[in-house]
Design a protein around this ligand. Structure first.
Ligand SMILES: [Fe+2]
Ligand SMILES: [Fe+2]
Length: 272
């Protein structure tokens, strides 16, 4: 089972020609499922989202997409941001902000961590509410035990090994408890424009770890010290390989690889 994990395409701020190179690279990888973990556009305008959606439609399918904090009206358009938060996204990209996908090997749930704002300064911050956590647990309770359980959400709940000054997802304690109970194996995020794959500790009555895949911006010039890139995730029951593909002179190529194995308690650990 092969997943290709894209994020933060940021139409409105893409490098010229980069989406075409990305499509070419991704087509050759023959994924079983494409995942786009948010920030399809730069300022959430209809034009940018239409361009982004046309690009997504041109990629191998099926493709599951969740929104990012850049996919709603910008803070300068306060009225639209608060009153028509999801109008354009729903019309242009997807009516469903939290899509599902499933086959005989894996089950995927999309979660919307974007918030329109509040009495705090950084409106790019992400959060998953109690009712969303409840929904994840209900979804998981109905799944056959053998399926790999994957959650896609824009904001990461854990920092890269090299650190970040940006906010992690809010209210992580209740999130981790819920993910532990739901038996989540893999979490796919973006937002930081940095690439890493690490075990994600999920405390609980029986503590265990999932795998966290966070990928860089695939196509935009809004770089955070790392080149454009995406992840390829190969999964075979209790084994997972995450490859980072990064942009260079010869196009997108493998730059790094992480391996993980799972024990009988759904506990994932890195393997050298
Ligand atoms: Fe982004
Ligand atoms: Fe973001």
């Amino acid at each position: 089972m092969r997943l290709v994990h894209l994020s933060d395409l940021h139409f409105g701020a893409v490098e010229s020609g980069r989406p075409d190179s990305l499509r070419e690279a991704v087509e050759a990888l023959k994924p079983d499922l494409m995942v786009m973990s948010g920030d399809l556009s730069q300022r959430g305008t209809e034009e940018e989202l239409r361009e982004g959606k046309a690009f997504l439609d041109s990629l191998p399918q099926p493709l599951l997409v969740v929104p990012g904090n850049h996919d709603i009206p910008h803070g300068h358009h306060l009225w639209a941001r608060f009153n028509e938060t999801w109008k354009i996204y729903r019309e242009v990209v997807s009516e469903e902000l939290e899509p599902f996908w499933q086959n005989e090997e894996i089950a995927v749930i999309g979660v919307n961590s974007v918030r329109r704002g509040g009495w705090y300064l950084d409106w790019s911050r992400g959060h998953v509410s109690r009712s969303q956590l409840r929904r994840i647990e209900l979804w998981a309770a109905g799944l056959p035990e053998h399926l790999l359980r994957v959650m896609v959400v824009h904001h990461p709940p854990a920092a890269p090994p090299q650190g970040t000054r940006r906010h992690l997802m809010d209210k992580r304690r209740s999130l981790f408890t819920a993910l532990n109970r739901a038996g989540i194996d893999l979490m796919m995020c973006g937002h930081f424009h940095m690439s890493y794959a690490v075990p994600l500790a999920l405390p609980g009555m029986f503590s265990r770890s999932a795998v966290l895949s966070v990928t860089s911006t695939a196509t935009s010039h809004r770089l955070q010290g790392e080149p454009n890139g995406f992840h390829v995730i190969d999964v075979k029951s209790d084994w997972m390989e995450v490859q980072a593909w990064t942009w260079g002179e010869a196009g997108y190529a493998i730059s790094r690889e992480w391996r993980f194995a799972r024990d009988e308690n759904r506990n994932w650990a890195g393997v050298e």
